[in-house]
Structures are given as structure tokens and as C-alpha cells.
Write a protein that binds this ligand. Structure first.
Ligand code: GLY
Length: 373
């Protein structure tokens, strides 16, 4: 049964109760030209920023479309991977924009996954004190999460997303058919963020995801449309209430404190969504130990990641070192980690009382010691 009643292909994100930008859900790139014309691009230069993987897949096609709606269209590509989400790539983009004569009226287009979107958004926020940008997210994770809500930025030193800005795109254009060819690992990593929405805000959605598991494995187009739209509706609700993460938006960080620490410990050999799954299991474990969840609920939440090809344990870590790495996370208020816990499926809370001992016990819970086998 359909979870979304809205039959439109568009969601509007409001800021201060006024329309700020649209998310459009399409099944190809055909309407991109019209969407851009409406934004007045005919008089603009456009720079598409993408990575080496996405360039091969969609670079030429998008250049062809954007040439028709701009006075000049160029493409900048950088090597794919989280290790390139840094200030030296940003510097390369600034230099390219200067060389190509980009001014404040021009436009950047982020074509790719979360790394491309965050980094391009940051360039847009800072080049000439801010130029417009749009998002064309090409991974499930970027479509359901990172392209919406205006978080932009790069990693700095060993700190994830340490340098950045809240800066809204002018449009998010989603071609849902790109999900068909996404590699399995990236696809299921995106599902970790989708499951997260159900866990923090919507039990019915969570249960629907589980009952739609086989359609999700098959990447059934109708099911995927439902998955992406519903996730975007939940994200819209959260970011409209709290655009700069003063409160409720922090709920979207379920699984991210320990998840980011594992991501760093593993030197990005696991992808973000896999680390979010591990971090969510750890958060659910703490929720059980704090008597917010029952033991049965904890095990159900944990085990539900398995059919979605997401890890629930990891053998390559040293739990004490992962705990240490949680200290460099940004999710602090007055020196205390803002931990996201679960009261039940569909209801998350912010908790500042989680101790190092509780975190360590949770990291040990997901640590699978092969030597003891
Ligand atoms: N990805 C979490 C947020 O946008 O706040």
C-alpha cells in the first residue's frame, strides 16, 4: 500500500515559512532544461562539478543539456572518493572558476553523490561570497539525505565535515532512474539513511520498508519512488523546523557519532551508510541499556539491517581507539556529546548523558573479535 498520498513530482522546501527551493522527482533528465530556464540560466555561465566516476556515466549528457540553457557550460571533475573531500580540491575549483571568468551571477551544478554535493555547495557558498548552485544527486544517499537541507562542507585534517556552511541550493533535480545502475554497495549504504528516517520519525514507514524488502532488492521503480519521496518528506519536515541544527535536526544524526568514528578509524574503507548502520546498532544498544528500548526491540532493530546488506558488526576496529575518535566529532554542546537515542521505533531523542563507559560497551557490542572464534 502506498505511503505517500501526494501525487506530485515536486516538493518545496520552505525557509522562514517562504518557498526556498524545489526538489523535483523525475525518471530521466528530460525536464532539466526547462527547470533551469525557469531559474534564468540563459544569461549565466554554468560549471558542472562532478567526480571521475559520475563524469563517465552522465558528464557528456548533462553538458549537452546545459549548453542549451547557458551562455557557456564547462565541467570540472575531481577523483572520486571521500579522501578528496578537502580544501585542496576546493582550491582547484576556485582556480578553475577564476580562469573561466565566473562571476557572482553564474551557477554551479553538483552532479554526483554526497561528496560532490557537499563540496560543490561549499564552493558555491564561498566563491565571491556566494554564487547559486543546484544539486543533481546521483546516489540513493544523496537523493534521500545530503542534497537536501543546505549542509555543505569538506573534511579537514582527520575531522569529518569540519569546515562548511549552511547554504541552500536553488533546485534539487532527481532522476530516479540513476538508482538502477548504482553499484550494490552504494545502493544499500543509502538504505541505511532511509531506515534511519523510519527509526527516528515514522514507525509506519519503517514497517513499510521491511514489508517492501523484496521490491527494494529488485529496485522496483514505484517502490524506489516511494522510498525517496517519503524520505525527502521526512527530511523536509525536520530541516524546515530547524534549518541550522539548533535542536531537532540533530535527530538526523542517529548512528553518526560512533559511525563517523568508525569511518575515520577505517580510513574510509567502509562507506558512510555502512558506518551509520553500525553506529545505529550501537545507539540502539545504549538505548536498551538505558531502558528506553526493550531487549527484543534492540535485537529487532539490529537484525533488520542484515537483509539490507548492511553490517551489524565489525572485526577490524580497536574499540578504545574508536571511542577516542568520537571526541573529535562536531556533535558537542558545552563539552558533552549530543547522542541520539531511540525511545521506540519512530521516536528518537537527543541525550547528553551518555558516558564513555556506555559508548565503549556499545562499541564492544558491535566489535566482532575473530581471534576469540
Ligand atoms: N545529514 C544530516 C543533516 O542533513 O542534518
Amino acid at each position: 500500500m502506498s505511503q505517500t498520498t501526494e501525487q506530485t513530482n515536486r516538493l518545496t522546501i520552505n525557509k522562514d515559512k517562504k518557498p526556498c527551493y524545489d526538489i523535483v522527482f523525475e525518471h530521466d533528465f528530460r525536464n532539466l532544461e526547462e527547470e533551469l530556464k525557469v531559474l534564468g540560466t540563459l544569461e549565466k555561465r554554468i560549471c558542472i562539478v562532478t567526480d571521475s566516476n559520475v563524469e563517465k556515466l552522465y558528464g557528456a549528457q548533462i553538458v549537452e543539456i546545459l549548453k542549451k540553457v547557458s551562455k557557456k557550460c564547462v565541467l570540472y571533475s575531481f577523483p572520486a572518493g571521500e579522501e578528496h573531500k578537502n580544501l585542496s580540491v576546493v582550491q582547484g575549483i576556485y582556480e578553475f572558476l577564476i580562469k573561466e571568468g565566473f562571476d557572482r551571477k553564474d551557477l554551479l551544478v553538483a552532479l554526483g553523490g554526497g561528496v560532490v554535493g557537499d563540496l560543490t555547495g561549499f564552493c558555491a557558498a564561498t566563491y565571491l561570497r556566494g554564487i547559486d548552485f543546484i544539486q543533481i544527486p546521483t546516489t540513493l544517499l544523496a537523493q534521500v539525505d545530503s542534497s537536501i537541507g543546505g549542509k555543505t562542507g569538506v573534511d579537514f585534517s582527520s575531522y569529518k565535515n569540519m569546515v562548511g556552511a549552511f547554504y541552500m541550493p536553488k533546485l534539487v533535480y532527481m532522476n530516479l532512474s540513476v538508482l538502477k545502475s548504482l553499484d550494490d554497495r552504494q545502493y544499500y549504504a543509502g538504505m541505511a539513511e532511509v531506515l534511519k528516517y523510519g527509526l527516528i520519525k515514522d514507525r509506519i514507514f519503517y514497517e513499510w520498508l521491511i514489508s517492501s524488502m523484496y521490491e527494494i532488492f529488485d529496485r522496483n521503480p514505484d517502490t524506489l519512488e516511494e522510498v525517496v519521496k517519503k524520505s525527502c518528506q521526512i527530511k523536509k519536515m525536520v530541516v524546515e523546523k530547524d534549518p541550522t541544527e539548533q535542536g531537532e535536526r540533530a535527530l538526523l544524526n542517529l548512528g553518526h557519532t560512533i559511525g563517523h568514528a568508525i569511518e575515520k578509524y577505517m580510513d574510509f574503507k567502509l562507506v558512510h551508510g555502512e558506518c551509520v548502520a553500525l553506529g545505529t546498532v550501537a545507539a540502539a544498544y545504549i538505548s536498551w541499556k538505558k531502558e528506553m528500548l526493550s531487549m527484543e526491540e534492540y535485537y529487532e532493530i539490529r537484525d533488520m539491517f542484515v537483509p539490507f546488506n548492511l553490517p551489524i558488526s565489525i572485526s577490524q576496529i580497536e574499540p578504545e581507539k574508536v571511542l577516542e575518535l568520537t571526541k573529535s566529532d562536531k556533535k558537542m554542546k558545552a563539552g558533552k556529546i549530543q547522542f541520539i537515542l531511540l525511545k521506540k521505533v519512530g521516536k528518537a531523542v537527543i541525550d547528553s548523558s551518555v558516558t564513555d563507559e556506555e559508548m565503549l560497551a556499545a562499541i564492544k557490542e558491535i566489535y566482532f573479535n575473530e581471534e576469540e572464534m
